[in-house]
Design a protein around this ligand. Structure first.
Ligand code: NAD
Ligand code: IPM
Ligand code: MN
Length: 365
């Protein structure tokens, strides 16, 4: 039996609801695939602030570092929104990504045939979309210094941040993106703001330099404002997108709606070594938290990415992905992807239906 230790970070809002479902999915999949999971559940975000006074306790980070993979629900909520910067749940998440050195964030967005009608775009525009956003995750304006609050020459209060990228940071994310594109349809679009920002001019220069190592991949460049427009005009033009931390954050939320809901999109954050971090791209959804309304599929699919990218358990990952498609084919929908004729279910019931699909599935041989 293969044995893995997984750190679970339920976090806040709908985080605990979706993590509890994903944990059951991992357990059942594991039992059918000869895998045993040892779960370590640790506090993170607002939950950790309430419990320990900090958003990422040392013990949570060290447990995460010692495990084979980390699965996170979501963090944040109204209760902590006015906290000082270092006492915000979001700061804990950035510390976790930095601590695990997971610089490459893969955010796939594909329109599933079962969910074409859930897209806000016209059927002919949405149908068949299959793209991957490769988001730089441990640099750029999220981490750049100087940053902070201060005073300008007029004695007026200011807030400031720095968008900054070093050669090694761009080179390594570019390589991940080219490798990703090579395994997909061989097309990479680098998104920047090189018409205005020095950090983007330098980004483009390094991406072009790394492109020489990948003559088989077709590289294009696009300004981020145009990219935001092209994503809703004709998303099928995109295969792999590589971009900086903040543009990747925004464009992946935008891409999620093409697929029907932000409640569908998973992500994998990987570094050069050590455990990967897997999380849905959505947040803690305080507006629906505690009501059993959350769509757990983004987290279930993040668990599938954990198996595939984090543990190399591709068959187990495929089992989960197939079960999600089967559950949707059987008509089950949470509120965010519900459109009339389907069966409206809550978070727990959606999870139970995925478990049923896993049990009845004939494994591919
Ligand atoms: P959000 O993603 O939490 O919610 C945006 C909208 O999408 C809400 O209407 C919500 O109900 C809906 N939604 C999100 N996930 C859903 C799901 N699984 N099923 C159904 N509907 C879903 O973004 P927000 O409202 O801007 O942020 C709320 C909090 O979450 C903030 O504190 C923010 O900082 C935090 N946040 C955390 C993460 C993370 O943990 N990785 C990501 C984004 C935002
Ligand atoms: C995400 C979130 C985070 C980010 C926040 C909560 C720090 O929006 O995971 O997409 O901006 O990276
Ligand atoms: Mn985001």
């Amino acid at each position: 039996k293969r044995r893995y230790t997984i750190t679970l970070l339920p976090g806040d809002g709908i985080g605990p609801e979706v993590i509890s479902v994903a944990k059951n999915v991992l357990n059942l999949t594991g039992s059918l695939e000869g895998i045993e999971f040892g779960f370590k559940e640790m506090p993170m975000g607002g939950a950790a602030l309430d419990l320990t006074g900090v958003p990422l306790p040392e013990e949570t980070l060290s447990t995460a570092k010692q495990s084979d993979a980390v699965l996170l629900g979501a963090i944040g909520g109204y209760k902590w929104d006015k906290n000082e910067k270092h006492l915000k749940p979001e700061t804990g998440l950035l510390q976790l990504r930095e601590g695990l050195k997971v610089f490459a964030n893969l955010r796939p967005a594909s329109v599933l045939p079962q969910l074409v009608d859930a897209s806000t775009l016209k059927k002919e525009v949405a149908e068949g979309v299959d793209l991957m956003v490769v988001r730089e995750l441990t640099g750029g304006i999220y981490f750049g210094k100087p940053r902070g609050f201060g005073m300008n020459e007029n004695g007026e209060e200011i807030g400031f941040n720095t968008e900054i990228y070093a050669t090694y940071e761009i080179d390594r994310i570019a390589r991940v993106a080219f490798e990703t594109a090579r395994k997909r349809r061989g097309k990479l679009c680098s998104v920047d703001k090189a018409n205005v920002l020095e950090a983007s001019m330098f980004w483009r220069k390094r991406v072009m330099a790394i492109a020489l190592e990948y003559p088989d991949v077709e590289l294009t460049h696009m300004y981020v404002d145009n990219a935001a427009m092209q994503l809703v005009r004709n998303p099928k033009q995109f295969d792999t997108i590589v971009t900086n931390n903040i543009f990747g954050d925004i464009l992946s939320d935008e891409a999620s709606m093409i697929t029907g809901s932000i409640g569908m999109l998973p992500s994998a954050s990987l570094g050069e070594a050590g455990p990967g971090l897997f999380e849905p791209i959505h947040g803690s959804a305080p507006d629906i938290a505690g009501q059993d309304k959350a769509n757990p599929l983004a987290t279930i699919l993040s668990a599938a990415m954990l198996l595939k990218y984090g543990l190399g358990e591709e068959e187990a990952a495929l089992r989960i992905e197939t079960a999600v498609l089967d559950t949707l084919s059987r008509g089950f929908r949470t509120g965010d992807i519900y459109s009339g004729e389907n069966k409206l279910v809550g978070c727990k019931e959606m999870g139970d239906e995925v478990l049923k699909s896993i049990e009845t599935e004939v494994p591919a041989t």
